[in-house]
Design a protein around this ligand. Structure first.
Ligand code: S3P
Length: 181
């Protein structure tokens, strides 16, 4: 049966825990969990690294936009958004029109550690990862800051982060529903 209730979009920089937290929150809400990166890979039949190499970043951003516009449930789902999904102009507004947006944040060391062995993050892999992470974050920080309530994921047990996200989501979902009824 289709699930109801405003969607929850988890945004934030790469390595901030969006998928882990999203899965846990979805379970508690009895929502469907969707990871934008995995869905795009599944729909495309190729990996993110292949998409970046064969078609380039602009094409990947347009796949992310299509995913938000028409390739995920309109209600009852938690979406872990790829780190750059919210960055292109207009994307934040699209997310806000579809549900509650919360931004996860982790400090630099945590991001570096969490992304060390990653295979689907071409923008922060290869030589001199630390510089790439710093530069990319600096370019995006202002957008993450205005995306939605920020929740810190450093050195906190997943259960505690889940409870925090649920509390904020429940409050903001009420406001969101009132504004969109
Ligand atoms: C990206 C983050 C990745 C993935 C792609 C691009 C980005 O997702 O969408 O490599 O631009 O920050 P995660 O946030 O899950 O690492």
């Amino acid at each position: 049966m289709a699930k109801t209730g405003p969607n929850l979009y988890l945004v934030g920089f790469t390595g901030t825990g969006k998928s882990t937290v999203g899965r846990s929150v979805a379970q508690q809400l009895d929502y469907t969990f969707v990871d934008s990166d995995h869905e795009i890979e599944r729909l495309q039949g190729r990996t993110i690294t292949q998409i970046f190499a064969e078609a380039g970043e602009p094409e990947f951003r347009s796949l992310e936009r299509n995913f938000i516009l028409e390739q995920h449930p309109a209600q009852g789902c938690v979406v872990a958004c790829g780190g750059g999904l919210v960055i292109p102009e207009g994307m934040l507004e699209l997310l806000h029109a579809r549900g509650v947006v919360l931004c996860l944040h982790a400090n630099f060391e945590t991001v570096i550690e969490r992304t060390a062995r990653s295979v689907h993050r071409p923008l922060v892999s290869g030589e001199d990862r630390e510089t790439k992470v710093r530069e990319l974050y600096a370019r995006r920080a202002a957008i993450y800051r205005r995306a939605g309530t920020t929740i810190l994921t450093d050195q906190r047990p997943i259960r505690e982060i889940t409870t925090h996200v649920l509390r904020v989501f429940q409050r903001e979902a009420r406001d969101w529903a009132a504004q969109h009824s």
